[in-house]
Write a protein that binds this ligand. Structure first.
Ligand SMILES: Nc1ncnc2c1ncn2[C@@H]1O[C@H](COP(=O)(O)OP(=O)(O)OP(=O)(O)O)[C@@H](O)[C@H]1O
Length: 577
């Protein structure tokens, strides 16, 4: 409830209008039966047509006020509940932006989507019901209970007897529905995860003939989700008929007592009609309140799941008053860096030290799993070092404002990711206000210009979801162009040349040389040919630097580098270098 209150506070004005319309609505709902009673007892019984017309006019006026109140109430409830859901979604999205891979792994992408969409929607439903009924029902209940007691004390006693039974029933339903709601939301997470995996991995599933297995897996989880949903709906749908049964029994008892009272002459007929109306409102208020109470556990589960995301402290935090610029020398330095993944035990990088300056290309090579990607991922602070320091222009990365730090970098990740939109949009992602010339130049350096011009719409060609209408190499070239357009101080090519053919790779490196004179270029590669021109090459093995030098130096003094080189070139080719 604290969570919902936190968001409700923002909409105070609408909340006040909501409360006023609730009171107006209650006044109208209870005013009509009073007028009907007066009409019957004073007008019909005394044959006074003038009195009936007068009361009829009052009734119409009150009804019009009632309609206006109801419309206003509906408007306020809808506006507040949808705005709150929008705010929650925005907050989740903003929070998720600050997450590192560790937090993503902790929640899972599918669960994060369910929390943003489905859990936020559960809150919307609850807030809507809460504003519409939770405020109205106590008002209606107290007022109609007062009116029923005023109309007839003996008849009111009959209703009083049914209330404890209703309360007990509601508490029982609320207790039962909470674990069911938790299980339902968790199985929805699993269902989304399997759907996601199946849709994105459809080609692999088909290639391995695993369609039937995946179908079974999906059906089992779907069955589980349906099971929990059915139980929950059953529980909810049973409450309504049982409640009406109770209400009808109470009505029966009331008529029985009323018949005796009328016969004794102590209850006028008009009072009975009004009483039945008050009773209906009182009971209906209780029922509506029960609905809020029964929906509360579901909303509570969703609120907890959302709060879990919002209260997560990311491993990497933006420092307050972070440094925006260093000494402008154009240097990058690793100083005795050791790194252990947050959920790991062993160090993946051990005591790494090197220095690079602008205009230089520094390359990293080593067997798979030796820590190359981990090393370059420390520069944009996807993770923080466990020991040691990394400096850019003499400033420790942890002291930089995160946005300022990342704006210095042009990253080309191992797996190229493109977004839906045009080719131009995707390149512009690197620099929002890039001119057309800059975009074309970036595409040319990335060796992407020719294939872009071959497309029907050229730079305006739409990239489909999942970038299925471009090849692996084309995707990679677009992601290189996206990084180049920002004219970064440090470029990080994380095995980005592997999807390119040898000729394109060579042309790209040649073109890069021209435009990266004032930048540091970091290249992670598997192919010696891609890095042999680098100013420094670092050879990694099980997280340790086992070689550091130029291609020629390493051929002479690093056994592992020589072995890698010999696996890709003949001895004579290396000798001719
Ligand atoms: N998020 C993570 N949590 C825990 N361990 C990880 C994580 N990411 C990578 N690792 C481990 O860290 C080690 C180094 O991985 P990394 O991706 O840096 O290697 P690499 O040299 O880039 O390999 P490749 O050439 O195959 O890309 C591997 O043993 C890997 O299993």
């Amino acid at each position: 409830m604290r969570f919902i209150w936190h968001y409700l506070k923002k909409y105070k004005k609408l909340g006040i209008i909501n409360v006023i319309s609730v009171f107006g609505f209650a006044l109208v709902e209870l005013g009509i039966p009073t007028i009907v009673a007066l009409m019957i007892d004073n007008g019909v019984m005394n044959n006074d047509a003038g009195y009936i017309y007068k009361m009829g006019a009052v009734m119409i006026t009150i009804s019009i006020i009632g309609v206006c109140g109801t419309i206003l109430l509906g408007y306020c409830c809808a506006k507040i509940s949808t705005c709150i859901t929008r705010d929650i979604r925005n907050d989740i999205f903003e929070k998720v932006q600050s997450f590192t891979a560790y937090e993503f792994n902790r929640f899972g992408v599918s669960s994060m989507i369910t929390r943003t969409a489905n859990d936020a929607y559960q809150i919307q439903i609850f807030v809507n019901v809460l504003l519409r009924t939770a405020l109205m029902t106590p008002v209606m209940f107290v007022a109609s209970a007062f009116m029923t007691a005023k109309a007839s004390i003996p008849l009111s006693m009959v209703i009083l007897a049914t209330i404890p039974i209703i309360i007990l029933g509601v508490v029982y339903v609320a207790k039962k529905s909470k674990p069911l709601s938790t299980n339902q939301q968790n199985s929805l997470d699993s269902l989304n995860r399997i759907s996601r995996e199946n849709i994105s991995g459809i080609r692999v599933i088909r290639a391995f003939h695993n369609d039937a297995h995946e179908q079974d897996r999906f059906e089992a989880t779907n069955e589980q989700f349906t099971g929990y949903s059915k139980k929950l709906f059953k529980l909810m749908s049973l409450t309504s008929p049982i409640f009406f049964l109770l209400m009808n029994l109470a009505v029966l008892a009331i008529f029985w007592v009323a018949a005796i009272l009328i016969e004794q002459g102590s209850l006028p007929v008009g009072q009975l009609v009004a009483f039945m109306d008050y009773l209906f409102h009182a009971m209906f208020s209780v029922m509506l309140f029960c609905t809020v109470f029964m929906q509360y556990p579901r909303a509570e589960v969703s609120a907890k799941r959302i709060e879990e995301v919002l209260n997560t402290k990311p491993l990497v935090e933006n420092p307050k008053n972070g440094v925006k610029e260093g000494n402008h020398e154009g240097t990058l330095e690793f100083d005795h860096v050791t790194f252990v993944y947050p959920d790991g035990e062993e160090a993946i990088l051990k005591d790494i030290s090197f220095r690079a300056k602008k205009g230089e290309t520094i390359a990293f090579i080593g067997s798979t799993g030796s820590g190359k990607s981990t090393l370059v991922n420390l520069i944009p602070r996807f993770y923080d070092v466990s020991e040691g320091h990394i400096y850019i222009d003499g400033v420790d990365l942890r002291d930089y404002d995160l946005q300022a730090l990342r704006s210095k970098l042009g990253i080309i990740p191992q797996k190229a990711v493109l977004f839906s939109g045009t080719i131009e949009d995707n390149i512009r992602f690197g620099k929002e206000h890039a001119s057309e010339e800059e975009i074309v130049e970036a595409a040319k350096i990335a060796q992407g210009y020719d294939f872009i011009m071959d497309k029907e719409q050229q730079f305006k060609e739409e990239i489909t979801e999942g970038a299925t209408n471009v090849s692996g190499g084309q995707k990679q070239r677009l992601s290189i162009a996206r990084a180049l357009v920002r004219k970064a101080e440090i470029y990080i090519f994380d095995d980005s040349f592997s999807a390119l053919d040898f000729k394109t790779d060579a042309n790209l490196r040649k073109a890069l040389k021209r435009v990266t004179k004032d930048s540091i270029v970091m290249v992670v590669a598997q192919r010696i040919a891609s890095i042999m021109d680098a100013d420094q090459i670092i050879v990694l093995n099980e997280g340790k630097m086992i070689g550091h030098g130029t291609h020629k130096e390493l051929l002479k003094n690093c056994q592992i580098y020589r072995e890698i080189a010999l696996s890709q070139f003949r001895e004579e080719e290396l000798a001719n270098e």
